[in-house]
Design a protein. Structure first.
Length: 255
């Protein structure tokens, strides 16, 4: 659970910015651990949520949206035509262990890892070694659901509510549309304490907690721990890039 020692109470969010109750504007390089990779309130997610909520089915009952989500995932990952959706990471990992008949390491391309079981990272390529993808959908942080997408048939996943499934389906199509428009990567930033892979950054310096606190004081929200990847915005103003560069290039004597 994330407390106010990590981030002040947030009143609203738009794209890659958080607006707090105390009047601050934060550039969000955490984005819910990547669940809001595309930004907050992006695409048509809010309209989809409103329309699905009007139908009133919030319980985990079967609906037409389950099939629509599977179709959307096949469109996003044509080489991985089989999918199963789960309510969270723990359930998805248990299903993966059963699939591989053993506890399987999840490879993360942000760290340069590749293997039969890979986490999908938007904008990074999927390796030829991957047989099953662990997919955290960029649904603006609305859902904690995870999809497994595989080259071979999978056992059935969990049934999610029509509201949640509709939003996840919309998130997939929004990402497909957005991915065709974004630049290959964000501007180059010389930041020796960070290892960069496309839009992703991993901290390799020391005293991360102090550095994260100083970044927050300067208006940039970083992940709670150094083990989690920071995510650069897909688009930003020159002034925002300047603030991000200032934070990423902080030396130890400055925090």
């Amino acid at each position: 659970m994330i407390g106010e020692e990590f981030c002040p109470a947030v009143k609203r969010a738009r794209e890659f910015k958080l607006y707090t109750y105390d009047g601050r504007i934060l550039l969000d390089l955490y984005r819910g651990g990547g669940r809001a990779f595309s930004g907050h309130k992006s695409g048509k997610l809010v309209l989809t949520l409103k329309n699905a909520a009007e139908q009133g089915v919030f319980c985990d009952y079967p609906s037409v949206y389950g099939g629509r989500l599977q179709k959307a995932l096949r469109t996003l990952f044509p080489a991985f035509p089989y999918s199963a959706v789960f309510s969270g990471e723990s359930a998805a990992m248990q299903a993966a262990d059963a699939l591989f008949d053993k506890k399987t390491a999840l490879c993360d391309p942000v760290r340069g890892e590749s293997g039969s079981f890979e986490r999908w990272r938007p904008t990074l390529p999927v390796s030829s070694k991957a047989q099953t993808l662990f997919v955290i959908l960029p649904a603006g942080g609305f859902s904690r659901a995870v999809a497994l997408c595989s080259r071979t048939p999978l056992s059935a996943g969990e049934t999610l509510s029509p509201v949640e499934t509709a939003v996840l389906t919309r998130a997939v199509y929004d990402w497909i549309a957005l991915s065709e428009k974004i630049a290959d990567e964000a501007p180059k930033i010389a930041a020796p304490a960070w290892k960069r892979n496309g839009f992703y950054l991993l901290y390799s310096g020391s005293d991360y907690d102090k550095m994260r606190t100083e970044a927050l004081n300067r208006g940039v929200l970083l992940p709670p721990t150094a083990a989690e990847a920071a995510v650069l915005p897909l688009t930003a103003t020159k002034g925002d890039w300047g603030k991000i560069t200032e934070v990423l290039t902080l030396s130890e004597g400055e925090y």
